[in-house]
Ligand binder design. Structure first.
Ligand SMILES: Cc1ncc(COP(=O)(O)O)c(C=O)c1O
Length: 411
């Protein structure tokens, strides 16, 4: 990745007590480039207003709302900006839609969730199913490599299946799911709606909702260089046939009728810049469409992150007493790694690294189904190292230097 990329992220330039920190915590939330920070400050500084007013800042805010919907449509390759619904975060959007979707379920219907998912894409559907007397099945993972057990999913599908919630990539193990193939399986065996959690996928690869054929897809902009904002795609047929829970005087027009209360306009301003930032990573001229530049930008991200994954995995292999949970090659995965070190609690490891301002995480990351299946519930979960395109090899070398030291210390 080009050097000037890192220069755009003030967090990567800072010093904490004289030490330049290393952020390997991307899956928990990425760092933010200057263009996003500037857009948010500019919006609040000069355009801050609510929608629907007669005066200029309100009109500017209205046009920001349209720009943000178009940016999301370009990011997802949605057919129209009217397929986009914004919310506080991915979890709030899932809870919001779960109420409306569940109103179409009858007792005896079936819903499928997965053990690879963050519980943001499990609990809303399980709770809604409980209220409606609907059966919930959870697809396990293949334990050898923590990928989704697609055969098990296939075996659960039938004409009673009304809804499937599935992740595009695991925020814990980094395993990607071939969502297009999964949706083909689902749609050929049932009429189920499919809700895709792309929160961990969008920071690392481009999505195309039309190619996937999903009914819903959600991501969270704070995971891909933007502010805290949930960004949802839904098919027009779904937005029109379901009824939102909304306040009576709010306009009953899609997609706005799905957005509760006042949106975070400063987050929308930052989101547009985050999408433009991804597009700016491409070498294509600005005369090409934003969608083309987004896809080309992701190609650079993928190439760089694959290199980081290969570097990480080959170095990790050199250590004894480490168990990796997930794919051992750089294919079909994000550069997110979950592992345990024999005899050392995950929290002790992340605390050791924190002393050196190397930011890694430990725990279960709300992937409750995964850690229950893998028996990690009562033992502190895993250590998670998550790279982003702004990380580099010298940061990983520092990580491995410290890993060696940490293991020696605990011997
Ligand atoms: C894969 C995945 N899905 C969903 C969520 C929840 O997202 P949000 O914080 O926007 O509710 C997270 C957050 O870590 C996540 O990693």
């Amino acid at each position: 990745m080009k050097d000037h990329i890192r220069d755009q992220f003030p967090a990567l330039q800072q010093e904490n007590d004289g030490v330049v920190p290393i952020f390997l915590d991307g899956p928990g939330g990425s760092q933010v480039p200057n263009c996003v920070l500037n857009s948010m400050v500019n919006y609040l500084g000069s355009s801050n207003a609510n929608l629907g007013g007669a005066y200029f800042t309100s009109k500017k805010t209205q046009s920001l709302m349209s720009d943000a919907r178009q940016a999301a449509a370009d990011l997802y390759n949605a057919p129209s900006a009217n397929n986009i619904v914004f919310g506080a975060n991915a979890t709030s959007l899932a809870f919001h839609f779960s109420r409306a979707v569940a109103n179409t379920w009858q007792r005896g219907d079936e819903v499928i969730v997965t053990a690879l998912d963050h519980y943001s894409n499990v609990s809303p559907w399980v709770l809604a199913a409980e209220e409606k007397g609907v059966v919930v099945h959870q697809v396990p993972v293949v334990e050898a490599d923590c990928t989704l057990d697609r055969q098990a999913l296939l075996g659960l599908l039938n004409e009673k299946t009304k809804f499937v919630a599935v992740t595009h990539a695991s925020n814990t193990t980094g395993s990607m799911v071939d969502v297009k193939a999964v949706i083909e399986d689902i749609k050929s065996h049932s009429e189920a709606l499919v809700y895709v959690d792309a929160v961990h996928y969008v920071p690392h690869a481009s999505v195309d909702v039309q190619a996937l054929g999903c009914d819903f897809l959600v991501s969270s902009a704070y995971k891909y260089f933007g502010p805290h904002l949930g960004v949802l795609f839904a098919k027009e047929s779904v937005l029109s046939s379901l009824s939102p829970y909304k306040v009576a005087p709010a306009k009953d027009v899609n997609p706005g009728r799905w957005e509760t209360g006042t949106q975070s306009f400063e987050a929308l301003a930052g989101f547009v810049s985050a999408v433009d930032y991804i597009a700016s990573l491409s070498d294509l001229p600005v005369t090409r469409s934003r969608r083309e530049r987004i896809c080309a930008g992701y190609e650079h991200i993928i190439q760089h992150e694959k290199m980081l994954s290969a570097h990480f995995l080959s170095n990790l292999e050199g250590f004894t007493g480490i168990k990796l949970f997930g794919l051992s090659s750089s294919e079909n995965r994000t550069p997110t790694f979950a592992f345990r070190i024999e005899g050392i609690a995950p929290r002790a490891v992340s605390e050791f690294f924190a002393q050196y301002d190397v930011c890694i995480w430990d725990g279960n990351f709300y992937a409750q189904g995964l850690y229950e299946q893998l028996g990690l519930t009562d033992i502190g979960g895993v250590i998670r190292v998550g790279c982003m395109h702004y990380n580099n090899v010298s940061e990983l070398e520092r990580f491995f230097e410290l890993l060696e030291k940490c293991i020696l210390l605990h011997k």
